[in-house]
Design a protein around this ligand. Structure first.
Ligand code: C2E
Ligand code: MG
Ligand code: MG
Length: 633
């Protein structure tokens, strides 16, 4: 081996031995003699086993370390062309190697942890962006739906979340549509598309809070069409509906943009005018409203002219709550209607008094029958020629403990409006039957009893109840006459016709009361069969001097003859009237001239005096001759 090689070996040995874990590095020749060596005398084991000088003794060092576990001994043969030149012996410190191994492990674990952390953070960000944010958006949009707001969730992603978001958007669109439809249904009138009662009340409530803050006044107009029922009945419901729509549209053209017109139902409308603060302006608008309502309309090829009555209530003068304002405007409308169709009236405190009186009367009336305050009177009916008496009209009386005798003309309309008439009318029917039966049992012929029945009673299957009473009191059918006003005929034709048919089949006499005062239509006479027609006393009043009354009564009589109807003239108060009626061929008369309504006891006396023979009382009963003095026997 050359010296140069020897030096290289030394370098090599030093380089290997200077590695941190190497304890020694020795190159030995084939004979085992160390050629080049290096021992790390800084190593803890070398320090522990050898004194500083001893570590240079390579054979000793190798020998001593040979069996030590702390050192791992490695041998590398050194060959050249298959010839062994020697061996390279390396001792590595086991502890140092282990430390290195742990150090490496820790480093690798740290690197791995760092990678995992990085990946987690990255995944977290991606997850947040792609999943969490869209889900949060969905949750908050769903929350908004709960609060009545509809926020669309914008997304372009094509994954499940994207589908979910799109499904959500479709759902809120459907909800919005549904809500809009419900809102329309709840707040708008289906026929006219105008705001309905609910919305009108809401708007008035809002207006009250606004006006309260700004100390302003505003006006509420209550409009009710006059005789709308007649339009429906004569022209049909479709035309009636068209008229309501046309009127709603017309009213809209005469109000301001800030005003609203609502349909409350039926033929009732309300106008809220927030900018109207004084009576003059309110009056002007009321006039415009009346004009709008009464403008002729071309409907179903016919010209239809409606009219409407208007009641006006001002805030805060006529009410500080929605309920008061509406009730008072309604009340004023009611007054307008009873004054003159097609007029407008402001609410007044007086009306309130009247309203309270009406409410008090309603309460009193509820108790009246139970307290024995109701009685019935009897007003006899006579032939005009001869003056024979055949029966009496039964007239209800209310003896109020404080107000005295109250006319049925006052309380019957109220009882009809409240429905109390059903019980009261039934009471009248039963009283009349009871009286008739008592007279009959006492051997007195009471003739027939004509009983007034209201339109409201008529709707409640009256015929069955009358049949029951007739059977209970054993009353022959021809002893009962029912007086029906024309208003009954305005109701559902088929039901009225059916009910009239049942009554007629039971043998009752049917009489059309107050003829000429209602919404007379001659077609009713053709459609519904009556036996008797009663001319209202307002036409009899002017006889025989008033030309119009004369003409009307003559016409009614001629027409009645044509329809084969008996005619009774009501309210005959003087001899001239009676003579005229007799000459014109009117069959019967009723009035103060002949007899006033009387109590049951008085009528009993009257009947006994007359000594009416016990023959079936019919309109066709033989007439008694009139005396020459013109009085009746
Ligand atoms: P009505 O059926 O037309 O009855 C005739 C009315 O004229 C009665 O008024 C009667 O007292 C009155 N009268 C009769 N002769 C004369 C007269 O010569 N001059 C004047 N000025 N009046 C006369 P009353 O009793 O006040 O009844 C008013 C209305 O109340 C009745 O009119 C009828 O429509 C209704 N009514 C009365 N009783 C009942 C009832 O039991 N049920 C129903 N539903 N209505 C009734
Ligand atoms: Mg009557
Ligand atoms: Mg009458």
């Amino acid at each position: 081996m050359l010296a140069l090689d020897f030096l290289r070996l030394n370098d090599y040995t030093r380089e290997v031995a200077s590695q941190p874990d190497v304890v020694y590095g020795v190159i030995v020749n084939p004979a085992g003699m160390a050629i080049s060596s290096y021992v790390d005398d800084t190593d803890a084991l070398i320090k522990q086993l050898f004194r500083p000088a001893e570590s240079k003794d390579i054979p000793k060092v190798l020998k001593t370390l040979e069996n030590r576990d702390e050192v791992i001994h490695l041998q590398f043969p050194i060959t050249h062309n298959t010839e062994t030149l020697g061996r390279f012996l390396v001792g590595i410190s086991r502890q140092s190697l282990q430390s290195e191994f742990y150090r490496q492990l820790i480093v690798q674990l740290a690197v791995l942890a760092a990678i995992v952390l990085f990946l987690s953070v990255a995944i977290h960000f991606v997850f947040r962006h792609n999943v969490l944010f869209p889900i949060r958006k969905l949750i908050s949009a769903a929350d908004d739906v709960g609060h009545g707001q509809f926020t669309r969730v914008e997304t372009k992603s094509q994954d499940e979340l994207g589908f979910l978001a799109r499904a959500f958007n479709t759902m809120i669109e459907a909800i919005q549509r549904e809500r809009a439809a419900l809102h329309r249904q709840a707040n708008f009138d289906a026929l006219t598309s105008l705001p309905n009662r609910m919305m009108a009340l809401d708007r008035i409530k809002l207006e009250i809070s606004r006006a309260k803050r700004s100390s302003q006044r505003f006006a509420v107009f209550f409009i009710d069409l006059d005789n709308f029922k007649t339009v429906n009945d004569s022209l049909g419901h479709a035309v009636g509906d068209e008229l309501l729509v046309a009127i709603g549209n017309r009213v809209q053209t005469v109000i301001r943009e800030s005003d609203i017109v609502a349909r409350l139902g039926g033929d009732e409308f309300v106008v809220l005018a927030p900018d109207i603060g004084n009576e003059i302006k309110a009056e002007e608008l009321a006039e415009r409203l009346i004009k709008a309502v009464s403008t002729p309309q071309e409907l179903a090829g016919r010209k239809v002219v409606a009219s409407g009555s208007v009641g006006i209530a001002l805030y805060p003068d006529n009410g500080e709550t929605v309920e008061d304002l509406m009730a008072n405007a309604d009340n004023a409308m009611y007054q307008a209607k009873s004054t003159r169709d097609g007029s407008a009236i402001f609410f007044t405190a007086e009306m309130n008094v009247r309203l309270r009186e009406r409410m008090q009367m309603e309460q009193d009336l509820n108790l009246a029958a139970g307290l024995g305050q109701l009685t019935i009177n009897f007003q006899p009916l006579f032939d005009t020629a001869g003056g024979r008496h055949h029966g009496a009209e039964v007239l209800l009386r209310w003896n109020h403990p404080e107000k005295g005798s109250i006319s049925p003309a006052t309380f019957i309309p109220l009882a009809e409006a409240t429905g109390q008439i059903v019980a009261i009318g039934d009471w009248v029917l039963e009283q009349a039957c009871r009286s008739w039966s008592a007279w009959h049992n006492a051997g007195i012929d009471p003739g027939f009893l004509a009983i007034n029945v209201s339109r409201v009673q008529f709707r409640k299957r009256l015929s069955a109840r009358i049949a029951e009473l007739m059977s209970n009191y054993r009353i022959p059918s021809q002893a009962l006459e029912l007086e029906i006003t024309e208003s009954v005929l305005l109701d559902d034709h088929s039901q009225v016709a059916e009910e009239l048919g049942s009554l007629r089949a039971a043998g009752l006499i049917l009489s059309l009361d107050d003829f000429g005062t209602g919404y007379s239509s001659l077609s009713y006479l053709k459609r519904f069969r009556f036996d008797v027609l009663k001319i209202d006393r307002s036409f009899v009043n002017g006889l025989p001097d008033d030309r119009d009354d004369v003409l009307l009564v003559k016409a009614i009589l001629a027409m009645a003859k044509g329809f084969d109807l008996k005619v009774v003239a009501e309210g005959v108060e003087n001899q001239q009237q009676l003579s005229f009626l007799e000459n014109q061929g009117c069959d019967r008369a009723q009035g103060f001239l002949l007899a006033k309504p009387m109590s049951e006891a008085s009528y009993t006396d009257f009947l006994e005096e007359r000594q009416i023979a016990l023959i079936p009382p019919r309109l066709s009963a033989p007439l008694v001759q009139r005396t020459s003095s013109g009085s009746f026997t």
